[in-house]
Design a protein around this ligand. Structure first.
Ligand code: GAL
Ligand code: CA
Length: 345
């Protein structure tokens, strides 16, 4: 008799537990995050903000797991499988290779798990294939245009920058990963903006340094050796490569005794702002890691909590083109031009 009562009591308690956890909404949202590689300066700032946002909400209210995909798409696919097996309530994915997005969308869709992509934009058709797919990012064209404007303004104010006095800007370009649309757009739109300002350009060299500081230094050293005294402007698709280029320039006697080279990059990381302070980096463009990380976390948290309205405090939802749209699934974080006038802000 006693045993039966005990058993009934246990059954009652266990079923109460199940009832309280039921009703569709998860007791505690669990977010699975992947970063294309931890060893990327800009993405490390985005990751820090995602982690800080989760910490601010509190470990009792949200569980966060962040994985390093180590620049390996099959590895990232495995990480997504593991997250789904662990019953995450939402995913936040910084793709290694955007062309692999349909695999991830299929996996998430099969379990009806919302997924927030960030920094690497999936194709519009893939995004449209799943109503619970979101994207947080920035329009890379914009950053390229701002780089070109910084270069053009400098050129107009400094006639001595035209070293060979041919009226044209001889430039070199350090590209990020060539398969990354941010790299392609920045390369294209920076030069378009220079030309739009009425300045003719001559490309002396262009090569990828894969967003990497050491590679940026090596490529710039090679550019300098092959184009002695001819380079008048350096564009780098990100700060790390620009800072690498500055190291190579210093080794050739630049930034001392009045010898200057304008270098323009993107991201506005703290080391890049230090370089502006030292007068080596001419300008950069703020790629807003804080707001991108915040928007990514807020969307993943809202979607993973089963919230009716999946929104973020960073910016209103928009469509793929950038137009505000309450039913949109995109959050566009604006770039900001950073020059000597405003870098301290
Ligand atoms: C860009 C950023 C680069 C690099 C890249 C990775 O937006 O400017 O520094 O982090 O993303 O996809
Ligand atoms: Ca010239």
């Amino acid at each position: 008799m006693k045993k039966t009562i005990l058993l009934l009591a246990i059954v009652a308690v266990v079923s109460m537990l199940f009832i309280s956890c039921g009703a569709g909404t998860p007791a505690k949202p669990k977010i699975g995050v992947t970063i294309y590689k931890f060893d990327d300066t800009f993405m490390s700032y985005v990751r820090n903000t995602i982690e800080a946002s989760a910490a601010a909400v509190g470990a009792d209210k949200v569980e966060l797991s962040v994985q390093d995909s180590q620049f390996d798409q099959p590895k990232q696919n495995d990480q997504v499988d593991q997250f789904l097996t662990q019953n995450v309530t939402s995913l936040a994915i910084n793709l290694v290779d955007p062309s692999a997005v349909s695999v991830i969308i299929e996996k998430a869709k099969a379990k009806s798990i919302p997924v927030v992509f960030f920094n690497r934009e999936p194709a519009a058709a893939d995004m449209a294939a799943y109503d619970k797919a979101y994207y947080v990012g920035a329009k890379a064209q914009e950053s390229g245009t701002m780089q070109g404007q910084i270069a053009a303004e400098y050129w107009a104010a400094h006639p001595e920058a035209d070293l060979n006095k041919d009226g044209k800007m001889q430039y070199v370009m350090l590209m990020g990963d060539p398969s990354n649309s941010d790299a392609a757009f920045r390369t294209e739109f920076s030069i378009k903006a220079v030309e739009a300002a009425g300045i003719q350009v001559v490309k002396l060299a262009e090569d990828t340094a894969m967003w990497d500081r050491v590679k940026g230094q090596e490529k710039m050293a090679a550019f300098l050796a092959a184009n002695k005294g001819k380079i008048e402007m350096v564009f780098a698709n990100n700060d790390d490569m620009g800072l690498g280029a500055i190291e190579a320039l210093k080794a050739e006697g630049y930034f001392a005794n009045g010898k200057f080279m304008p270098v323009v990059s993107v991201d506005a990381t703290p080391p890049a702002l230090d370089a502006m302070e030292q007068g080596t980096l001419l300008g950069t463009v703020l790629n807003d890691a804080t707001n991108q990380g915040k928007a990514t976390f807020e969307l993943a948290y809202a979607a993973g909590s089963g919230a009716k309205e999946v929104v973020t405090s960073v910016a209103p939802l928009a469509n793929a083109d950038g137009a505000a749209d309450a039913a949109g699934k995109y959050v566009w974080v604006p770039y900001v031009k950073v020059t000597a006038e405003n870098y301290k802000e």
